[in-house]
Design a protein around this ligand. Structure first.
Ligand code: SF4
Ligand code: SF4
Length: 214
């Protein structure tokens, strides 16, 4: 899921200072789990902005606002409220904000900063384990990603600084290459550890990403 954090309320208020009537859009998935865009956050942000003179003319929580067709469907359903709105605030990741841009001619503003693609470990504990590098090497590393979880992104590790299983960059964290070694050892696949991986192909990922049917 996409991990987000809410921008400071003062920044959100500054963005919409010239717009009185607001329509708020929440996210039923990632931003709900991050507590940056669920039903409660939509209601609370509306309440806070009303204190500074704005009016919430309507709101909706889209199951996954990165789904453009679903956002358009919600906007059609709320077209009367949107007709009274001066601007739209989207409480999701940047992808959801841009879905809203496709669905309305009104100005659209983000309330969140998008941080990373994260694994959810337990309530409000998120960790980045994949940074979508475009050329996955998990086959060689026992399913543990060194590109993301080693601060140096080493494809052949460990570096000389690993210290009794701890990372030299952050001693509170394990050396991921030690974890990879132990994992491959337990799988009886240490031959993969000894295989030298070629330099990373940074052309494997193109920005902006685009997938279309062949
Ligand atoms: S190597 Fe790591 S960053 Fe790249 S796709 Fe695989 S898990 Fe994601
Ligand atoms: S100690 Fe391990 S995880 Fe830390 S930078 Fe070196 S190889 Fe990477």
């Amino acid at each position: 899921m996409i991990i987000t954090k809410q921008k400071p309320v003062e920044d959100i208020a500054r963005m919409v200072e010239k717009h009185k009537n607001l329509f708020l859009v929440g996210c039923g998935q990632c931003s709900s789990q991050c507590q940056t865009g669920g039903e409660w956050e939509v209601e609370e942000l509306g309440r806070i902005l009303e204190e500074s003179g704005h009016k919430t003319v309507g709101s909706t929580v889209v199951y996954a606002p990165c789904h453009e067709l679903d956002v358009k469907r919600h906007f059609r359903k709320h077209k009367e409220q949107l007709a009274r709105a001066d601007a739209v605030l989207v409480l999701s990741c940047g992808a959801g904000v841009q879905s809203a841009v496709e669905a309305t001619d009104l100005p659209v503003y983000p309330t969140n900063d998008s941080l990373f693609l994260g694994n959810s470990q337990r309530h409000m504990h998120f960790e980045e384990k994949c940074s979508t590098c475009g050329e996955c090497v998990l086959e060689y590393t026992g399913g543990i990603c060194p590109v993301t979880r080693c601060p140096k992104g080493l494809l052949n590790g460990p570096c000389g600084g690993t210290n009794h299983g701890a990372c030299e960059v952050d001693s509170d964290k394990p050396c991921v290459w030690t974890q990879i070694y132990k994992r491959l050892e337990s799988l009886d696949e240490l031959d993969k550890f000894r295989e030298i991986q070629p330099p990373k192909n940074y052309n494997a990922i193109k920005r902006p990403g685009l997938v279309r049917p062949e």
